[in-house]
Design a protein around this ligand. Structure first.
Ligand SMILES: [Zn+2]
Length: 121
């Protein structure tokens, strides 16, 4: 009997037993924080400024009360260049409910509106 046999067997170090992924009851959500941070940064950099820019434009009533001569009776004209050609664009896409009315003569954004489907919500 040598000295090696007299020693107690080494106790294996306890291994942290993390639950396997994709198992119900797995509460390890540490991987979601970077995704939330990236999403929040995307919101701060792109979505919030676009919303703010749209809200900063006057509504049609505000535009006409500020520029009463722009109501020609047959339509609206630009208060900068007098053009009666005004295009109606979506804020972010062609079918966006937030509409921006832009003068075709000078290219300035004149006023905002929203699709009537969303006005009473
Ligand atoms: Zn104009």
């Amino acid at each position: 009997m040598n000295q090696k046999d007299l020693l107690l067997p080494a106790i294996p170090a306890p291994t942290p037993s993390a639950p396997p992924p994709n198992v119900p009851g797995n509460t390890d959500h540490s991987g979601i924080w970077p995704l939330l941070a990236i999403g929040f940064l995307f919101y701060l950099m792109f979505i919030r400024p676009a919303k703010k820019a749209w809200f900063n434009l006057p509504t049609l009533d505000q535009y006409l009360s500020k520029n009463p001569t722009c109501n020609t009776g047959l339509g609206i004209k630009c208060c900068y260049c007098g053009s009666k050609s005004i295009r109606n664009w979506g804020q972010r896409a062609a079918n966006d409910w937030r509409r921006v009315h832009i003068c075709n003569g000078c290219g300035r954004k004149l006023y905002r509106s929203q699709l009537s489907v969303y006005q009473n919500k």
